[in-house]
Design a protein around this ligand. Structure first.
Ligand SMILES: Nc1nc2c(c(=O)[nH]1)N=C([C@H](O)[C@@H](O)CO)CN2
Length: 117
Protein backbone atom coordinates (compact mmCIF):
# COMPACT_ATOMS: atom_id res chain seq x y z
CA UNK A 1 0.00 0.00 0.00
CA UNK A 2 1.15 3.53 -0.73
CA UNK A 3 1.72 6.07 2.03
CA UNK A 4 0.75 9.72 2.19
CA UNK A 5 2.52 11.63 4.94
CA UNK A 6 2.27 14.90 6.80
CA UNK A 7 5.31 15.93 8.81
CA UNK A 8 5.96 18.53 11.49
CA UNK A 9 2.36 19.69 11.79
CA UNK A 10 2.45 22.12 14.75
CA UNK A 11 -0.81 22.77 16.60
CA UNK A 12 -1.59 24.78 19.75
CA UNK A 13 -3.91 23.09 22.21
CA UNK A 14 -4.89 22.59 25.84
CA UNK A 15 -3.22 19.32 26.88
CA UNK A 16 -1.93 18.14 30.23
CA UNK A 17 -2.71 17.02 33.75
CA UNK A 18 -1.42 19.98 35.76
CA UNK A 19 -3.44 23.09 36.68
CA UNK A 20 -1.32 25.47 34.58
CA UNK A 21 -1.74 23.20 31.58
CA UNK A 22 -5.54 23.56 31.72
CA UNK A 23 -5.34 27.29 30.95
CA UNK A 24 -2.19 27.67 28.85
CA UNK A 25 -2.06 26.25 25.33
CA UNK A 26 0.99 24.18 24.38
CA UNK A 27 2.33 23.03 21.04
CA UNK A 28 2.04 19.46 19.87
CA UNK A 29 3.87 18.38 16.73
CA UNK A 30 2.37 15.60 14.61
CA UNK A 31 4.00 13.34 12.04
CA UNK A 32 1.35 11.28 10.28
CA UNK A 33 1.55 8.44 7.76
CA UNK A 34 -1.62 7.20 6.04
CA UNK A 35 -1.91 4.13 3.84
CA UNK A 36 -3.80 4.90 0.66
CA UNK A 37 -3.85 3.38 -2.81
CA UNK A 38 -2.76 6.26 -5.07
CA UNK A 39 -3.19 4.38 -8.36
CA UNK A 40 -6.58 5.91 -9.32
CA UNK A 41 -5.37 9.44 -8.56
CA UNK A 42 -2.18 8.83 -10.54
CA UNK A 43 -4.14 7.40 -13.45
CA UNK A 44 -6.78 10.17 -13.62
CA UNK A 45 -4.76 13.14 -12.32
CA UNK A 46 -7.95 14.14 -10.48
CA UNK A 47 -8.05 15.28 -6.82
CA UNK A 48 -11.42 13.57 -6.30
CA UNK A 49 -9.61 10.22 -6.43
CA UNK A 50 -6.86 11.31 -4.08
CA UNK A 51 -6.55 11.42 -0.30
CA UNK A 52 -6.50 15.20 -0.13
CA UNK A 53 -3.75 15.97 2.39
CA UNK A 54 -4.91 19.60 2.59
CA UNK A 55 -8.39 18.48 3.76
CA UNK A 56 -6.85 16.02 6.22
CA UNK A 57 -4.56 18.64 7.72
CA UNK A 58 -7.34 21.25 8.03
CA UNK A 59 -9.59 18.76 9.82
CA UNK A 60 -6.86 17.66 12.21
CA UNK A 61 -5.88 21.26 13.00
CA UNK A 62 -9.47 22.22 13.76
CA UNK A 63 -10.05 19.11 15.90
CA UNK A 64 -6.82 19.43 17.92
CA UNK A 65 -7.15 23.21 18.41
CA UNK A 66 -10.64 22.72 19.88
CA UNK A 67 -9.73 19.73 22.07
CA UNK A 68 -8.92 19.89 25.80
CA UNK A 69 -7.68 16.41 26.71
CA UNK A 70 -5.55 15.59 29.74
CA UNK A 71 -3.34 12.83 28.30
CA UNK A 72 -1.47 12.61 25.02
CA UNK A 73 -2.72 9.00 24.85
CA UNK A 74 -6.31 10.21 24.52
CA UNK A 75 -5.46 12.92 22.00
CA UNK A 76 -3.46 10.64 19.69
CA UNK A 77 -6.13 7.90 19.80
CA UNK A 78 -8.88 10.36 18.85
CA UNK A 79 -6.78 11.72 15.96
CA UNK A 80 -6.27 8.18 14.64
CA UNK A 81 -10.01 7.43 14.88
CA UNK A 82 -10.87 10.65 13.06
CA UNK A 83 -8.44 9.96 10.20
CA UNK A 84 -9.58 6.37 9.76
CA UNK A 85 -13.31 7.04 9.94
CA UNK A 86 -13.60 10.34 8.06
CA UNK A 87 -11.00 9.74 5.34
CA UNK A 88 -11.38 5.96 4.88
CA UNK A 89 -7.74 5.31 5.68
CA UNK A 90 -7.12 1.61 6.47
CA UNK A 91 -3.85 2.13 8.36
CA UNK A 92 -2.38 5.14 10.10
CA UNK A 93 0.83 5.80 12.01
CA UNK A 94 1.04 8.90 14.18
CA UNK A 95 3.98 10.37 16.10
CA UNK A 96 2.84 12.97 18.65
CA UNK A 97 5.61 15.10 20.12
CA UNK A 98 4.81 17.28 23.14
CA UNK A 99 8.01 19.25 22.82
CA UNK A 100 9.31 20.86 25.99
CA UNK A 101 7.05 18.86 28.33
CA UNK A 102 10.07 17.33 30.08
CA UNK A 103 12.84 19.58 31.33
CA UNK A 104 16.14 18.43 29.84
CA UNK A 105 14.52 16.48 26.99
CA UNK A 106 13.99 17.96 23.55
CA UNK A 107 11.24 15.50 22.64
CA UNK A 108 8.64 13.42 24.44
CA UNK A 109 5.50 11.77 23.15
CA UNK A 110 3.84 8.71 21.72
CA UNK A 111 3.90 6.70 18.52
CA UNK A 112 0.91 4.57 17.49
CA UNK A 113 -0.17 2.52 14.50
CA UNK A 114 -3.81 1.60 13.95
CA UNK A 115 -5.46 -0.61 11.34
CA UNK A 116 -4.03 -2.82 8.60
CA UNK A 117 -2.06 -1.86 5.51
N1 LIG B 1 2.08 8.81 29.61
C1 LIG B 1 1.88 10.12 29.92
N2 LIG B 1 2.61 10.67 30.88
C2 LIG B 1 2.41 11.97 31.19
C3 LIG B 1 1.48 12.75 30.50
C4 LIG B 1 0.72 12.13 29.47
O1 LIG B 1 -0.14 12.74 28.78
N3 LIG B 1 0.96 10.81 29.20
N4 LIG B 1 1.34 14.08 30.80
C5 LIG B 1 2.06 14.67 31.73
C6 LIG B 1 1.98 16.12 31.94
O2 LIG B 1 0.83 16.69 31.41
C7 LIG B 1 3.29 16.67 31.32
O3 LIG B 1 3.19 16.68 29.91
C8 LIG B 1 3.67 17.98 31.84
O4 LIG B 1 5.09 18.04 31.88
C9 LIG B 1 3.00 13.92 32.57
N5 LIG B 1 3.13 12.54 32.19
Amino acid sequence: MDIIFLGGLEIETIIGIYDWERTQKQTVVLDIQMAFDISKAAETDDIKHALDYKSVSKRIISFVEASEFFLVEKLIEEIAKLIQSEFHVPWVKIVLNKKGAIRGASDVGIIIERGEK
